[in-house]
Design a protein around this ligand. Structure first.
Ligand code: GUN
Ligand code: FE
Length: 426
């Protein structure tokens, strides 16, 4: 995979500048220079004459999709064992499976399947949990790196409330994390490390504080879970009696955004105080509607988060979510918001499809910098969609065709991917 200095894609371009609308540029030119978007044009300006143009005809071209939260080792049990709530689901399904990744043969087999799925789909950027195991985590990073996808991958930290085979001491967890970070340095082209304390119930205060000082030293981003399930929230109150809320517990432990980019999955049941704090600290929220339905966690108030202009994007949360498709995450987010509106709070209007598309592109993309749009200066991440198998007797606009691709969520419609200006071979 090599980067061309400048090239052009031609097709039906669709992207967001804000959450209100999808911009449609039919039959237009998308120019890439040095890995960045140089512009969208209906006729190619003269000064671009001579640079290579790939004409994708009537196909759709959208920004790459961003998955702000998923678990690579859980891909193996997607679609299985969903009739449980979070804490039982972790103990019965998740921890036994994750403990298998101590075995590198198993990890190689399972992570290759995961990497293949990521390569085939529309996701171009992702925040990924691995397991506590350093060799397995580095294997995952190596396999994902080969796909060309840009991902932040985290060795998970856990030093309490988990089975012996999946529990570290806090000293070991910190030492392993430092060793892992040192070993990652300069090793991957597209994959970078992210600090990954699993969630407060799995991490003692001592471990969290150690990770916070490591973060201060390194400036690394951090990913975790926040306020997913009511029993989990009650448990955090017991574990951190000094805190006024789950978010405040992270904050008091020094791991709630501020100087370092932070993404928290779920945020289903945040209090007003937590919302204010998350906003002040610039914390990103990864909305995982399918997982929240499967584990009966609830529905996050995304309208509130959008109204507050918080940093928000979408996550599949594989395997709380069974589907690794961000198309599916968009339609699930819209559907869940409609049920929330009708059944729980009719003051919060449901999400619209343009809003869901914004969350999946520019909203989540902001965690990676200027990512997720075709505005000038954005990273050149583009997905070409061949929806010709989705037949229709009537005329449809490109935006209507995109809406159908999203609702039908079949990643086999993904034809080509470009990430940071590099054409990824699928
Ligand atoms: N909270 C802590 N660990 C997990 C996990 O693996 N999945 C989900 N959905 N929530 C969690
Ligand atoms: Fe998760």
């Amino acid at each position: 995979m090599k980067k061309q200095a400048a090239f052009v894609l031609k097709g039906n371009l669709l992207y967001c500048k804000d959450a209100d609308q999808i911009i449609s540029a039919p039959n237009s030119y998308l120019v890439c220079e040095e890995g960045k978007v140089a512009g969208v044009f209906d006729t190619l300006p003269d000064h671009y004459t001579g640079i290579p143009v790939t004409d994708y005809g009537d196909k759709l071209i959208i920004p790459g999709l961003v998955d702000l939260h998923l678990h690579a080792p859980q891909y193996s049990f997607r679609g299985l064992g969903m009739d449980l709530e979070l804490l039982d689901w972790l103990n019965i399904n998740t921890f036994p499976e994750e403990s298998k990744y101590a075995d590198l043969d198993y990890a190689r087999k399972a992570y290759q399947m995961f990497a293949d799925a990521m390569a085939a789909g529309a996701t171009t950027r992702a925040c990924v949990f691995a397991t506590i195991h350093v060799p397995g985590t580095m294997l995952l990073m190596e396999l994902l790196d080969k796909t060309g996808i840009h991902a932040m991958v985290g060795k998970v930290n856990m030093d309490r409330n988990s089975p012996d085979i999946l529990r570290e001491t806090s000293a070991q967890s910190l030492a392993d994390t430092e060793q892992w970070l040192a070993a990652c340095e300069g090793r991957y082209e597209n994959i970078t490390p992210i600090l990954t304390p699993r969630f407060i119930p799995s991490c003692t205060d001592e471990l969290m504080k150690g990770l916070a000082s490591l973060q201060k030293k390194t400036g690394l981003p951090m990913q975790s879970h926040l306020s997913e399930n009511l029993s989990e929230i009650a448990w955090v109150k017991e574990l951190c009696p000094y805190s006024s809320s789950y978010g405040d517990a992270y904050d008091q432990l020094g791991m709630f955004g501020g100087d370092c980019p932070t993404v928290m999955a779920h945020c289903v049941h945040l209090t007003e105080e937590e919302i204010e704090l998350a906003k002040k600290r610039g914390v990103f929220i990864a909305h995982c509607a399918q997982s929240n339905t499967n584990l009966a966690s609830g529905v996050a108030p995304m309208r509130t988060y959008l109204d507050h202009k918080m940093n928000v994007g979408l996550g599949t949360d594989v395997a709380g979510g069974f589907s690794p498709s961000i198309f599916r995450a968009m339609s699930d987010a819209v559907q869940a918001s409609k049920l929330r509106w009708r059944l729980l709070d009719n003051s919060l209007k449901p999400l619209t499809m343009p809003e869901a598309f914004y969350l999946a592109t520019k909203g989540g993309g902001a965690f990676f910098g200027k990512v997720g749009s075709f505005e000038e200066g954005y990273e050149f991440d583009a997905v070409v969609i061949d929806d010709s198998s989705l037949v229709h007797p009537q005329e449809l606009t490109p935006q209507e065709r995109l809406e159908r691709v999203i609702y039908l969520s079949d990643e086999r419609n993904v034809s080509e991917k470009y990430i940071g200006g590099v054409h990824i071979s699928k």
